[in-house]
Ligand binder design. Sequence first.
Ligand code: ADP
Ligand code: ADP
Ligand code: ZN
Length: 228
Amino acid sequence: MNIILLGPPGAGKGTQARHLEEKYGLVQLSTGDMLRASIKRAEPLGLEAKKIMDKGELVPDDLIVRMIESRIGRPDCEKGFILDGFPRTVIQAEALDKMLADKNQKLDMVVELKVNEDLLVERVSGRFTCSRCGEGYHDKFCATQVPGICDKCGGGEFTRRADDNAETMKARLGAYNSQTAPILPYYESKGILKSVDGMLSMPEVFHELEKVLGVAPSCGCSCGCSCE
Ligand code: ADP
Ligand code: ADP
Ligand code: ZN
């Protein structure tokens, strides 16, 4: 199954993609994570992208498309992937269609995570990540059980993103509304767009995702929903 998680910064794409990866073995492809890894390695691509990311603007399409094309061609993606943060423009969406058609593959579903703007700012402002295993946390909504220690790997170092501040967030939301939101009608016209309420709790959002993807367990779920 090949899917896209679409939504503004802080909507919960990375959080849900990691859960889908763990539970269903799909590969999470996050262009933001790829760019940040490239910055860490001080590659020319990363250094070029960093200036743009710090302003909250979008990195040029051709650069992103080349990056995702080489990643999607790797064998681990054959079992299915979740795109998180790509595509972000109609040009990227068209390039993705072409890339997949060339490989005789297709997109199964695009899921939009809907969250109000006020909450998005709060979400990104409190976001932090374990430096060792990459687990995502939030100061208020999803803190570590023991302060300063990662629940998952026991690591004690965490990172906060340079662009996760209220000012850059304004530019990122502007970029989402003007350049990324126009992708929604593109996928709607193909009949593969679904929407999930991203304001729910993390397990509830996950369960809603499982439902729209048609993989929800038929009973025994623990999220308090009324599904049978
Ligand atoms: P995105 O990848 O869309 O930018 P993230 O998955 O990184 O968003 O989530 C942003 C922040 O909000 C993180 O700190 C995460 O822990 C938190 N978060 C994600 N989903 C929820 C949720 N359903 N309820 C509360 N907090 C959430
Ligand atoms: P978020 O999780 O908050 O949605 P990402 O980690 O996906 O943010 O992206 C961080 C930044 O990386 C973006 O603001 C943008 O500058 C750049 N970026 C990531 N993916 C893309 C893309 N598909 N096209 C253009 N720029 C991108
Ligand atoms: Zn960890």
